[in-house]
Design a protein around this ligand. Structure first.
Ligand code: F6R
Length: 608
């Protein structure tokens, strides 16, 4: 998501910070800003758009070369549109503190309300400005910046990495983290803070990775890590980074695609942040509070986003008994669709710029049908043109092949289904609590199982990379996952693959099965398990090799059973998704393909 750098040391702090921001540009951003101290006090310069625009604005800011400490930020919008007021850093009410923030403060509306009542004004729509103003409030009763920061953070729910500068303490920076990355870089006569190692890699390879609940204070010659709640000093060991800048941008992974697959536990957490009332175990989707539960939901999307929609159809119909149709946007726009009163359209798009999806959205609006945009890029065309927007919190997706975005779309569709079911009174308290705990446990399950999944994928890729074709099979909610698995394989490895409803196999595709035509099956232990099992016996009978994703224990007659962890009810898709992604990734990498930029494909398909 956002990029952060803080610098304290013997070099001119502002150019060093801006240079650091440039090395974080690959993450994507919509605005940039910097704060530093000059004789007259704190200076904050920020601009919408690229770092070059920030540099131009800096030209007019006097002698910034004298600043010995600075913090800078590239923003990827999560709250509020991309514009100058929403860009970071934000100042507190006294103008004595400036802060940059990465993450989401869940309870920022309540905190803001409290401060508005005290007469404090806000200049942006961001949760981040609320946080720095809360620190400002805490300064009034605290003896030090660290005490005020600690008090403020104890009231902030959600995720954050923050860096703070104070007018009263030239040359010093404070930082803290919870669920958002923050790393300390140790130099000689200089120290760095950053969201990501590449920001300072040309200056030092000696780093300290901060853990959740830690605070740090740095100046040019010292650093001290503390427990953010108690302010007790903590022992931390530094380590030496051996990656080059390119590898560091990918978090040490070989490709962005792999990094983004492995980020999915965090994506699930970020999507759930602020969405669950922990006491009542209910879902919060205030963006669509004003909309009734639709008589019918029509999902319009392309590619991977449409497969997320197909999975959502299954979930929403099952949990909330709301009919859902899923239309491929390029078909929908020319199909003269029948849209009736009470229908709602949901446009799903990671980029928010896909031409066909936008055309579908516009068509729905011409029919007077309310449109909900489900998209990842704040301020994108889908977001701007929809009547209501639900943002996924996947963060920038750089690899052309979409991975973590689908995961984030599935989280939001699950929450939507749950909220419709709640509103229709279809769920008992126990069922609702089970569903909420189920989705909340996914991040932890993925965190634990992804490394082993990757090993299995790597091992299987060696055995299957010579195949020219693959059949992917799944039933019910796993049918769209089979289609997604096939899409991933074909788009990055160029191996032909078909995703099929397992029950349809005998109506055609079974003719293709022979020992050189393998099948990748999704056979999780649900009420359709015995049916899938029978389908696989038919494949085996024709000499076809089978990999099967399963959590059903032994008993499947397949060549390579791939065991997945148990999760609640229909949420098995969250374990299947990274498995099919990793399998495609490992085959493509083994075959030496250009994984992040497959031929003929673009990240945003802005033309028909
Ligand atoms: C597949 C892929 C594409 C996109 C599709 C829609 O890996 O990336 O199929 O899913 O082009 O893109 P968005 O979601 O940006 O509308």
């Amino acid at each position: 998501m956002c990029g952060i750098i803080g610098y304290a040391g013997h070099r001119p702090a502002v150019p060093v910070s801006l240079e650091g921001l440039r090395r974080l540009e690959y993450r994507g951003y919509d605005s940039a800003g910097v704060a530093f101290k000059l004789d007259g006090g704190l200076v904050v310069i920020k601009e919408k758009g690229k770092i070059a625009a920030l540099e131009e604005a800096l030209e007019e800011a006097g002698n910034f070369m004298n600043a010995t400490a600075a913090l800078a930020h590239t923003r990827w919008a999560t709250h509020g549109v991309p514009n100058r007021p929403n860009a970071h850093p934000h100042l507190d009410q006294s103008g004595e503190l400036a802060m940059v923030h990465n993450g989401i403060i869940e309870n920022y509306t309540e905190l803001k309300q409290e401060m508005l009542q005290k007469g404090i004004s806000f200049y942006s729509e961001t949760d981040s400005e609320v946080l720095v103003k809360l620190v400002g409030e805490c300064m009034k009763e605290s003896g030090s910046v660290e005490e005020a920061l600690s008090k403020a953070l104890s009231r902030a729910e959600g995720a954050y990495a923050v860096v703070l500068i104070s007018n009263a303490h030239p040359g010093r920076l404070w930082a803290a983290r919870k669920q958002s990355p923050l790393v300390l870089g140790l130099g000689t006569g200089e120290n760095f803070l950053a969201s990501d190692v590449p920001a300072f890699l040309p200056y030092t390879r000696e780093v300290v990775f901060l853990d959740d609940g830690e605070m740090v204070v740095i100046d040019a010659n010292s650093w001290k890590v503390m427990d953010a709640a108690t302010l007790q000093a903590k022992e931390k060991k530094s380590q030496t980074i051996t990656w080059d800048v390119q590898a560091a941008q990918k978090g040490g992974f070989k490709h962005f695609m792999l990094k983004e697959i492995m980020e999915q536990p965090k994506v699930v957490r970020d999507c759930l942040t602020g969405r669950i009332d922990q006491q009542k175990k209910t879902v919060k989707l205030p963006e669509i509070d004003g909309l009734p539960v639709p008589k019918r939901l029509v999902i319009v999307a392309c590619g991977t986003s449409s497969y997320a929609g197909m999975w959502g159809k299954y979930i929403i119909e099952k949990m909330a008994r709301v009919p859902v149709d899923v239309a491929i946007a390029s078909e929908f726009r020319y199909a003269d669709p029948i849209l009736a009163e009470g229908d709602q359209v949901m446009a799903i798009s990671q980029s928010g710029e896909t031409a066909d999806t936008l055309a579908g959205l516009r068509l729905a609006r011409e029919h007077g049908i309310p449109v909900i945009g489900l998209c990842n890029v704040v301020g994108s065309s889908v977001a701007r043109e929809s009547d209501h927007v639900l943002y996924t919190q996947a963060g920038p997706e750089i690899s052309v092949a979409s991975t973590k975005a689908m995961c984030s779309q599935m989280v939001m569709l699950f929450l939507l289904g749950l909220s419709y079911a709640e509103r229709k009174g279809l769920l008992s308290d126990e069922d609702r609590a089970a569903a909420v705990s189920g989705i909340q446990e996914i991040a932890g399950v993925l965190e634990q199982s992804l490394p082993a999944m990757r090993d299995t994928a790597r091992h299987l890729a060696r055995s299957y990379s010579s195949a020219d074709n693959f059949l992917y099979l799944g039933r019910g909610p796993y049918c769209p996952l089979a289609m997604e698995g096939a899409l991933k394989l074909k788009e990055i490895s160029y191996i032909h693959a078909e995703g099929y409803a397992a029950g349809e196999m005998k109506h055609g595709p079974i003719a293709l099965i022979d020992p050189r035509f393998p099948t990748f099956a999704i056979a999780l232990a649900d009420d359709l398990f015995s049916k899938v099992k029978s389908n696989l016996i038919e494949v085996k009978a024709r000499g076809g090799k089978i990999i099967a994703l399963t959590n059903a224990g032994p008993g499947l007659e397949v060549d390579h059973p791939w065991y997945l962890p148990q999760v609640w009810g229909p949420l098995g898709a969250f374990t299947v998704l990274p498995a099919v992604q990793l399998f495609a990734y490992e085959i493509a990498d083994y075959l030496g393909k250009d994984v992040d930029q497959p031929r003929n494909l673009a990240k945003s398909v802005t033309v028909e």
